[in-house]
Design a binder for this molecule. Structure first.
Ligand code: GAR
Length: 229
């Protein structure tokens, strides 16, 4: 199993003041509900991009975790973002997801962003946000769904790897693909170095995908995500 160390490249200061009204665009910002279970580097990349303006027209409404001491939730607390923990261990999925849904609704979330949320969602949850739940997966789907995708890909001997941002449906790592990023597998790679290079792509890809969705300029045609401008 590939073990990744916490990353230190997102030195965000806590935000005390919202951006001035003039800085906002005419469309109300998309309210994101971030769900995470672990390190939270994808969440931090999204937060950084929102803060810098690289991801406009979006704001983080709530950061939710199913793990009480997930480093990502601690990072969100340090950034003064709204956070909530609903511990999932030992609870039926449907009950836990009902609590998660209630919190997302309470915070008027438009889109749910799975950022290393390592728990399957119940059908009730998925149907509550049809085509409004995004996930990032560290492989070029449909190859290597499930856990430890980077190690699966490395051990399979692929020559290119990457990440996928997709809408979430009832099946694991399966919904409509919004975008993918591809990198070569180097002769010098091991599973760990490959995972780190994929992660660097993830940090860009997720914000890009959220930006595309926030623009509203897309259609879903069958399994195809199609940009309309
Ligand atoms: C990321 O690599 C993400 O793609 C993966 O978990 C990691 C979370 O890292 N997600 C999955 O494998 C989902 N199937 P992070 O907590 O540092 O964002």
């Amino acid at each position: 199993m590939t073990r990744l160390q916490p990353l230190k490249e997102f030195p965000l200061e806590p935000q005390h003041n919202p951006p001035p009204p003039g800085a906002r665009s005419a469309r109300p910002p998309l309210r994101l509900g971030i769900l995470l279970s672990g390190r939270g580097s994808n969440f931090l990349a999204i937060a950084k991009n929102i803060r810098s303006g690289a991801l406009p027209n979006a704001e983080i409404a709530i950061v939710l975790s199913n793990i009480a001491d997930a480093p990502g939730i601690l990072a969100a607390q340090q950034l003064n973002l709204p956070t909530k923990i609903h511990v999932s261990k030992g609870r039926p999925r449907a009950d836990h997801d009902r609590d998660m849904l209630a919190t997302l609704r309470e915070h008027k979330v438009d889109y749910v962003i799975l950022a290393g949320y390592m728990r399957l969602l119940s059908p009730e949850f998925i149907h509550a946000f049809p085509n409004r739940i995004l996930n990032i997966h560290p492989s070029l789907l449909p190859a290597f769904p499930g856990l430890d995708a980077q190690t699966q890909a490395f051990e399979y001997g692929v020559k290119v790897a990457g990440c996928t941002v997709h809408f979430v449906d009832e099946h694991l790592d399966h919904g409509v693909i919004i975008l993918q990023r591809v990198i070569p597998v180097l002769e010098t790679d091991d599973a760990h170095s490959l995972a780190l290079r994929i992660l660097a792509e993830e940090h860009q890809a997720y914000s890009e995908a959220i930006g595309r969705v926030a623009s509203g300029q897309y259609e879903i045609q069958g399994r195809r995500y199609v940009r309309t401008s």
